[in-house]
Design a protein around this ligand. Structure first.
Ligand SMILES: [Zn+2]
Length: 233
């Protein structure tokens, strides 16, 4: 943890560049926020980066704006230019957690090249590992009280009195149409297909770390914190 604690010393410390990988439902957003608080890291999502750069009117931001207004996809080159600007901002002292970039092995290689220009490299790519079948079961049984929104689950959390909400006594419940085993399975398959090349890329670089994401939020946060402390020291 020394490197991160020493961030108050300023420019001498090379900030950590962390990449967090995890499927929908693995708690990636929650964990990223906890890492931000604990280590003073800054989470950078591609969407936020683009919006901020456009609003700021930077050169790369204006380029992105022109592409988006024409209905196109912002190129990797522009995203990297925006990322480079953002990482040089004074509030990035301890380091960043990248969310949503890179998405492909090509983007990962471009990011490596960008970091290498500054004598840096990806500190760690941390994969939140889930048990697919357990994830599907979690999603598939979810439902909520139609009145107060209290969450329930067919297998894990039934109301104490069948058909009656514990919290408000309501008797109407609702399920989201996409909370089915099929959609959950499809989301996971898409995630694995998209992420496999990234996992291979970072494993080959020797910076891949894995965390069992099926535990409690605090247990996962503790494991993640240990990794961040170790790789940043
Ligand atoms: Zn209720």
């Amino acid at each position: 943890m020394e490197a991160l604690v020493d961030r108050q010393q300023g420019a001498a410390t090379i900030p950590a560049v962390l990449i967090l990988l995890g499927p929908p439902g693995a708690g990636k957003g929650t964990q990223a926020r906890m890492l931000e608080e604990r280590f003073g890291l800054i989470q950078l999502s591609t969407g936020d980066l683009l919006r901020a750069a456009v609003a700021a009117g930077s050169e790369a931001g204006l380029a992105a704006k022109a592409v988006m207004e024409a209905g196109g996809l912002v190129s990797d080159e522009i995203v990297l230019a925006i990322l480079k600007d953002r990482m040089a901002a004074p509030d990035v002292k301890a380091g960043v957690i990248l969310d949503g970039f890179p998405r492909t092995a090509g983007q990962a290689a471009a990011l490596d090249a960008l970091l290498a220009e500054a004598g840096q490299r990806v500190t760690a790519a941390i994969s939140l590992e889930v048990d697919d079948l357990a994830m599907i079961a979690r999603v598939a049984g979810r439902y909520t009280c139609a009145d107060c929104g209290e969450g329930y689950h067919d297998a894990f959390k039934l109301p104490e009195t069948s058909g009656t909400c514990d919290k408000c006594g309501g008797t109407a419940f609702k399920r989201r149409a996409d909370d089915t085993a099929d959609t959950a399975r499809a989301r996971l398959e898409a995630y694995h297909a998209q992420t496999a090349p990234l996992i291979a890329h970072y494993r080959a670089l020797g910076v891949l770390e894995t965390v069992d994401a099926m535990g409690s939020i605090d247990a996962v946060a503790s494991d993640l914190g240990s990794i961040v402390s170790r790789v940043s020291a």
